[in-house]
Design a protein around this ligand. Structure first.
Ligand code: PLP
Length: 390
């Protein structure tokens, strides 16, 4: 498998390319789609083969007997993350936005506050507001461009109505891999204020050399009775369309409440996702992820070197994720102006930082999970669009 080979996704109903004309005014043959967090790569052969077996069989009924699937998850978490998971702790949801929404409904009530460390993945605030809960934005601090917890400041702003924290670990955007000490500080904060901690670790396999992700359940075992862990195959293996996620809950009381919501909402597994996830969490899948990370590491280096040549732009050093987070504040331009240059002159579709909440407005997020030639082209276009700053 070579990640260099371009794959034309236009006309495949993929949101990233097929919605770009309507949302950014960019035709696929002129624009570079570097927004939505999925990759331009096919998943490993083991995942394709699992689907081919389904197609060859040709009967697509309800899924049953999840022992192989649960064992695959158990194997992956033990082998890749040193974390022992019992099969009865695992719930399957229709992705992790769905898993987060189910947590909101299970563990909070309308009007309750839910803490987000902003800037953070934009869907969190959307589902909190839609559920009639309040988004409590706790801004991350920056030290030399690197996101930091700011717990004393967050404590000062609490009102007592907060019931939950949604942690993004590793963090999207910005790609911080939280250290064990930082994770323990978040867990202590949740314990001090009696907050349920939902740890969204969807990016936990996409970590660069020199950094180690620690699963929250391992970093702070003492928080188990307030903790919901969430992991997934979808980011790791580029199968987000399968809409499948793992919600892993060790505490029996939390598990009971969550199971009740799953039943109340009538949720049962999608068999395509189950077969793909089972195949992905395997030694072959693991080898593919190792190759992927080597490739993405090259992409992030090329991108950062290119951004460093443009005065006023600063790329956040990624410790994890393929989502570059570029600060345009050094240009002195208003967001509308730098966005116009990136979209209208460079013709690159990115995610606007403002959508990630407080602290995001001067940033754009670029998806680097594409053939390296596309990263190089993006840099050439940005250098041209900002040439007058040279
Ligand atoms: C932190 C985080 N959680 C969840 C998701 C989406 O999860 P899903 O597609 O499983 O709903 C994303 C996608 O980018 C994400 O970055």
């Amino acid at each position: 498998m070579t990640f260099d080979t371009p794959i034309d996704r236009t006309g495949s109903h993929c949101v990233k390319w097929d919605m770009m004309p309507a949302l950014y005014g960019l035709a696929p043959d002129e624009g570079l789609a570097m927004w939505v967090a999925d990759m331009e790569f096919r998943p490993p052969a083991c995942v394709q083969q699992a689907l081919e077996r389904m197609l060859a069989h040709g009967v697509y009924g309800y899924f049953g007997d999840d022992r192989a699937y649960l064992e695959a998850i158990r194997w992956w978490m033990a082998n890749r993350h040193g974390w022992d998971v019992a099969p009865e702790w695992i719930f399957t949801t229709h992705g992790l936005v769905n898993g987060t929404a189910l947590c909101i409904h299970s563990f909070t009530r309308p009007g309750d506050g839910i803490i987000l460390m902003t800037p953070v993945y934009h869907a969190f605030s959307r589902i909190i507001k839609a559920a009639g809960r309040e988004v409590v934005e706790c801004p991350l601090a920056l030290a030399e461009g690197k996101a930091q917890l700011d717990i004393p400041a967050w404590e000062a702003q609490l009102t007592g109505r907060e019931r939950m924290v949604i942690l993004c670990s590793p963090h999207n955007p910005g790609g911080r891999v939280w250290s064990g000490d930082e994770l323990r500080a978040v867990a202590d904060f949740c314990q001090r204020h009696d907050l349920i901690l939902v740890s969204d670790e969807i990016h936990h396999d996409l970590v660069y050399p020199g950094h180690t992700h620690t699963v929250m359940a391992k970093a702070a075992p003492g928080i188990a009775d307030q903790l919901v862990m969430m992991t997934a195959t979808t980011k790791t293996f580029n199968i987000a369309g399968a809409h499948i996620g793992n919600v892993i809950i060790a505490d029996p009381n939390l598990r009971k409440a969550f199971a009740n919501t799953i039943n109340a909402m009538g949720i049962s597994p999608n068999s395509f996702g189950m077969h793909m996830a089972t195949a992905a969490y395997s030694p072959e899948g693991a080898a593919w992820v190792d190759d992927l990370m080597r490739y993405l590491d090259g992409n992030r280096r090329l991108f950062d070197e290119g951004i460093a040549t443009i005065p006023g732009l600063r790329s956040t050093p990624l410790e994890a994720t393929y989502l570059a987070w570029v600060d345009f504040s050094g240009t002195g331009m208003a967001a509308a102006d730098f966005i116009a240059r990136v979209e209208k002159q460079a013709k690159i579709a990115t995610n606007h930082g403002e959508s990630f909440g407080k602290g995001g407005a001067s940033f754009l997020r670029f998806n680097l999970a594409c053939p390296r030639a596309q990263v190089a082209e993006a840099i050439r276009r940005l250098q041209r669009a900002f040439a007058d700053l040279q």
